[in-house]
Design a binder for this molecule. Structure first.
Ligand code: UD1
Length: 431
């Protein structure tokens, strides 16, 4: 099942370290793609049929947001499919309770304005990793002729009719690029988004929109050119693999001294992370849609997080765990989310030697980590804390794992299938 019945912030993971991970796991689709593909159903005159929809908690929440907007949504967690059919005239006022629980609900803004000329959304929730402003989304919609009304806790956007525009983004924001491109598919004329984000998940969204009838040039490049069309129609689409999930398991394998094959991954989406893992002494074998990760003698590396194709911020906490086990001093520079280093305090309590100065962190290793109680501050910090537990002495408890549920399908069962000693407690000890 999708873990939608798990509003259990009290759940925690209990991890006992010391086991090298070995075996094969097969992954599903990307969280950051599936949620946006679901939002794109608002643009569709017909049905969006998705496969490889990951069994993560954000999926049913997104389904609730869309149902509140008049989309008929059927989820089949066992088959990992979703079927979404928007009404001819979707509602434009999203239900606040679901919206505030999930960052990706902001992705409804662009398609709603594109389809109905109007949207009202409560300001979104999600991870607490920095300010997470939406000014670029709003300024871009204004450039296309919309009027933006910002009120405390909500935003309303009204457009008599969107027109094409030249939109240079200050920063290649993932969310802003997605919203603007979805709105632009229904604008009159051509929209050019400059300095666009080009994450694989955005490319996935672009390609699905093209399959629905959109006209988009420059997919995968920093300049997207979108010519508006009158209608977008039904599509059957397979969600692209989750490079962050794959990277997390790759690091888990390497940090525990293991040997793991990860299937349904596109190694080309992970070019820079794989360069860094190899530089850190890990043996990486690439297949067409698989990776084999074998541990080696870990050496320090420097990483700088940047928008794709840079090193992903969503892998930075996990990599930091790995670097605590590497010989020498590594430097991590975080350029995307200002609060991402909040995980460092958790790692330090396990014995990690990490010094932070602004957006740089120096990690000296190797050190023996010791089990303790951690807060899973966000989806990636919760996963990283679990990896730290896999190499720590004694027992590590990771709290607030509802964050991990938002981004990792079957996290505990998958780790256990590779030989990890980890369990979910107290509500779900059999997981
Ligand atoms: C998405 C991903 C998230 C990933 C991030 C960066 C989803 C659901 N989440 O988040 O997992 O970590 O991309 O790869 O896909 N910013 C502004 N103004 C804006 C928009 C963004 O200042 O209008 C800033 C943000 O505060 C942040 C940075 O730009 O510091 C990156 O944000 P963005 O690329 O938009 O990330 P998200 O779409 O929120």
């Amino acid at each position: 099942m999708f873990p939608d019945q798990l509003p259990t912030p009290t759940d925690h993971f209990v991890v006992r370290g010391g086991h090298a991970l070995r075996g094969t796991i097969r992954l599903s689709g990307a969280k950051n793609s599936a949620l946006k593909l679901m939002a794109a159903s608002l643009l569709c005159e017909g049905t969006v049929e998705l496969s490889c929809v990951p069994r993560i908690a954000d999926v049913p929440v997104m389904a609730d947001v869309l149902r509140g907007l008049g989309v008929e949504v059927t989820l089949d967690p066992e088959a990992e499919t979703a079927s979404l059919t928007a009404t001819a005239e979707p509602d434009w006022h999203a239900p606040a309770d679901a919206v505030t629980r999930i960052r990706a609900s902001i992705s409804c803004l662009g398609p709603l304005v594109g389809r109905t000329g109007r949207a009202r959304l409560a300001l979104p929730g999600g991870d607490r990793i920095g300010a997470r402003a939406i000014d670029l989304h709003l300024r871009g919609l204004e450039a296309m002729g919309a009027t933006v009304l910002e009120r405390p806790g909500e935003v309303e956007v009204v457009a008599e009719g969107l027109h094409g525009a030249q939109i240079p983004l200050d920063f290649p924001s993932v969310g802003a690029t997605e919203n603007l491109l979805m709105a632009a598919t229904r604008a009159v004329g051509t929209t050019i988004i400059e300095n666009a984000a080009r994450e694989p998940e955005i490319q996935d969204l672009c390609r699905m929109l093209v399959a629905m009838g959109a006209r988009i040039d420059g997919i995968g490049s920093p300049t997207l050119e979108i010519e508006g069309v009158d209608r977008l129609t039904s599509v059957v689409w397979e969600t692209c693999p989750d490079r962050i999930e794959a990277g997390t398991y790759a690091i888990a394998a390497a940090v525990t001294g293991g040997d793991v094959v990860i299937e349904r991954v596109r190694p080309t989406d992970l070019t820079l992370p794989l360069i860094k893992l190899r530089a850190a002494g890990i043996i990486v074998e690439e297949g067409a849609d698989s990776l084999r990760i074998k541990a080696g003698d870990l050496e320090s590396v420097d990483v700088v997080t940047l928008p794709y194709p840079g090193f992903p911020t969503d892998l930075q906490p996990q990599l930091m765990v790995l670097l605590t086990q590497a010989h020498g001093t590594s430097r991590c520079t975080e350029n995307v989310f200002e609060s991402r280093f909040s995980f460092v305090a958790e790692l330090a309590r396990m014995g990690a030697d990490v010094e932070v100065d602004g957006h740089h962190a120096w990690i000296r290793g190797p050190v023996q980590l010791h089990g303790t109680t951690l807060a899973g501050l966000d989806v990636r910090a919760g996963a990283a804390g679990t990896l730290a537990g896999l190499v720590a002495t004694g027992e590590t408890t990771v709290h607030d794992v509802h964050h991990v549920d938002r981004g990792y399908a079957d996290f505990v069962p998958r780790l256990r299938s590779l030989g990890a000693d980890v369990e979910r407690a107290p509500s779900d000890r059999d997981a």
